[in-house]
Design a protein around this ligand. Sequence first.
Ligand code: C2E
Ligand code: CA
Ligand code: CA
Ligand code: CA
Length: 274
Amino acid sequence: AKAAGRNTFRFFEPAMEEEAESRLRLGMDLRRALQRGEFELHYQPILDVASGTIVSAEALVRWHHPSRGLVPPSDFIPAAEEAGLIVPLGEWVLRAATHEARHWPDHVRVAVNVSTVQVRHGSLIAAVRAALDASRLEAERLELEITESVLMADDERASAVLHDLRGLGVHIALDDFGTGYSSLSYLRQFPFDKLKIDRSFVSTSSEVEAATIVRAVAALGRGLGMIVTAEGVETQEQFDMARAEGCTEVQGYLVGHPYPAGEELRMRLGQAPA
Ligand code: C2E
Ligand code: CA
Ligand code: CA
Ligand code: CA
């Protein structure tokens, strides 16, 4: 490779080669992980401010990698999207989350994150219907969280998918609101039930700035008839601010960390927090 000259040599920089290799390896690892059942869902409670009760829990995927330990979704969701594995992984998440939610109190919904790739793939509606049928969970108890990137790519198609999903009776939340290429026209165009204000706005270092943004978004969402959830609430001050500025719901470490499925979780979801 050296003899081929400088430019060629640069092209084969070890860093790039390693990166491509590690992406390939990750793709293969993910495929195997799906077959071996190495994924697990943790659930984070979401509190209704007015009643002080837990009204839903968000399913967050984790990967028990045989040698790397517990891998967070930020380390593999993008690779899973690239490798096309997000579709089977997403179907597994839907099935597992709806099954688990059947064991929760009737008023507690389960929220599932759905990738833009899944919305565009064309199999999402069938996958949602299959998960609801298999689990016998009422559609109203399932909420799908999508991000703004869904909306830009393919308006007509995404719009049709979201409307069909809503036709099934599931709720739809716009996740990480404000971090993408949001346009206010999306809020009229798509039938959202809920707006989730991204953590970065709730926990910004300037309290005045946080309150101003949260107030404006809460007013906007509630004015359009949506539930508004403040994400990433870690302190009592942030909780008080979110409540004072008109958020309907609060999610974050203050209310509860993501927690594995099982008896303990089911008990926690049934109790009013201390
Ligand atoms: P997200 O949907 O915005 O989920 C909220 C993230 O914030 C979670 O990180 C959660 O653990 C974290 N979080 C919750 N409360 C607090 C808090 O008070 N402080 C801080 N600092 N963080 C908090 P996690 O579990 O690492 O997930 C990261 C992202 O990965 C999610 O962001 C979501 O975009 C994606 N993700 C997770 N599970 C799935 C899934 O099943 N499918 C898809 N497509 N994406 C998923
Ligand atoms: Ca989410
Ligand atoms: Ca979010
Ligand atoms: Ca986020």
